[in-house]
Design a protein around this ligand. Structure first.
Ligand SMILES: Cc1ncc(COP(=O)(O)O)c(C=O)c1O
Length: 468
């Protein structure tokens, strides 16, 4: 596997990995965290920490999150807007990719705001100290309790539909000041990973249909307690093409023009997220800077065309900020050879810590973290430990002959892994460590068996109450 990476020797450490543009590679173009290296013991190193040692210390499975890669991605987004956009800009981290207090605190410290989609994500962000005015609350079915909480917190609310708009207007009527909100509108740009289409309407559960915007603007004009800051659109995820975002500015600028007719001067334009990352060598996403430039050019050109003042420009990347910053380490357990057919090697996690392969048939790359330069002389199907035949981490991965207790590292597991993790089969969720300059700090404790029954109630009629 190492042969598929560029290897640079610095002192006694070989640095892996990094395909990208310019002197500082774009994290989303790198298969491994930017600090990935091989040490003299032939072990994988991330953030200066030997991954085999980390597994010994913290157990497995283990999410290993590289502080440097995450911060570099944040900084590249911010610098990109400073370079390419003449107006004000704010990058929001789409925390659905990985929402926990430490991650919220890191991105906030890097000057990003946060996009949340539930009371739980909102609560986590506020507990991590994120400033309310930098939190944007999305969701297509926010409950009354969630909207009430959002008002109490003082975050921005991205209104998705009529019911929410009407509910918010009722709540805002008794608020001490106008409630800051945006509108989510479906832009008629539909993206699949490698292609996109433009349609008048989108078959999407999210957002107002473009046909509805005049009526929505009229409603807002009659409800001054709702302070509409701007409009939002999100066109998809794991996108490699630049054209969809190149078109989006033009579509959204028309909404700003339409709002003017109702006396609404909208000042914010949020283009959503979606930039893809490299999961395998076959993936070739544009760099963060190129994506930002495309977005900025699109908005600037559209505003010039429509003689609009430049709005405050927002975007909300998730995957491209955190996806490449993390690896998941597993231990190898049982193996099964089916002669002439396939070799299976089971790891001690799977669909409960990474549901993407079984949900989306996502493809990952694996390394043997304790034998990094071992020849890749077989194809092995890495299987999870759950009771589903489809619980396969990677099918037919090129790997060395595996040994019991080998440490497998799966690349690019920072996005939509922990955040989509479950307790399927009552498997406790893994721990996560943040690595930086050779130090590892726990950011998520491993769940215990006791944690698994924390919410269980055993009525007296059914037996004894479990001991806590
Ligand atoms: C509204 C919204 N914003 C941002 C994102 C983040 O997308 P990504 O992780 O692809 O950047 C998503 C994810 O699908 C989303 O639904």
């Amino acid at each position: 596997m190492v042969s598929t990476f560029t290897v640079t020797t610095l002192g006694s450490t070989q640095y892996l990995g990094i395909q990208g543009e310019g002197p500082e590679p774009s994290p989303n173009q790198s298969l491994l965290p930017l600090t990935a290296a091989v040490n003299q013991a032939d072990h994988l190193v991330v953030g200066g920490c030997d991954v085999v040692d980390l597994v010994e210390q913290f157990g497995s499975p283990l999410y290993v999150l590289d502080d440097h890669t995450l911060r570099t991605a944040c900084q590249q987004y911010r610098r990109g807007f400073a370079r390419h956009y003449p107006g004000e800009a704010l990058v929001l981290y789409a925390s659905k990719a990985w929402n926990c207090m430490a991650v919220c605190a890191i991105v906030a410290a890097e000057g990003l705001g946060i996009d949340v989609v539930s009371a739980g994500e909102l609560f986590t962000a506020t507990q991590a100290g994120v400033r309310p005015e930098t939190i944007y609350f999305h969701g297509n079915n926010k409950s009354l309790e969630e909207l009430t909480l959002a008002l109490a917190v003082g975050c921005r609310i991205v209104v998705d539909n009529w019911l929410e708009l009407q509910t918010l207007a009722t709540l805002a009527a008794t608020a001490s000041q106008p409630v800051p909100m945006l509108l989510r509108i479906t832009p008629g740009i539909e993206c699949h990973t490698h292609e996109y289409i433009r349609t008048g309407h989108l078959d999407s559960k999210f957002g107002f249909d473009p046909d509805q915007i005049e009526a929505v603007f009229e409603f807002l004009a009659n409800h001054p307690q709702l302070h509409c800051l701007g409009v939002h659109a999100h066109i998809g995820s794991q996108i490699f093409e630049l054209n969809p975002h190149g078109d989006l500015g033009g579509v959204m600028a028309q909404w700003l023009v339409a709002a003017q007719a109702y006396g609404l001067a909208l000042t914010e334009l949020d283009v959503g997220g979606g930039l893809g990352i490299r999961y395998t060598e076959a993936d070739d996403p544009p760099s963060i800077d190129t994506w930002v430039q495309t977005v900025c050019d699109s908005v600037v050109t559209a505003c010039q065309t429509h003689q609009l003042p430049l709005p405050r420009l927002l975007c909300e990347p998730g995957r491209s900020l955190i996806g490449s910053a993390c690896i998941t380490a597993y231990r190898v357990g049982s193996q099964k050879q089916i002669p002439g057919l396939r070799t299976y090697a089971a790891v001690d996690g799977g669909m409960s810590d990474n549901p993407r392969p079984i949900t989306y048939q996502s493809v990952y790359r694996a390394l043997v973290a304790n034998r990094m330069t071992a020849p890749l002389d077989q194809r092995v199907t890495l299987a999870g430990k759950h009771c589903e035949s489809g619980d396969i981490v990677i099918k037919d991965a090129p790997l060395p002959v595996l040994q019991d207790q080998d440490v497998i590292a799966i690349a690019a597991t920072g996005a939509y892994n922990y955040s989509m993790a479950s307790n399927y089969n009552r498997v406790p969720r893994p721990a996560a460590v943040l690595v930086h300059h050779g130090e590892a700090e726990l950011i998520l404790r491993r769940e215990t068996l006791q944690d698994l029954i924390r919410q269980d109630c055993l009525p007296a009629t059914l037996g004894q109450t479990p001991q806590t």
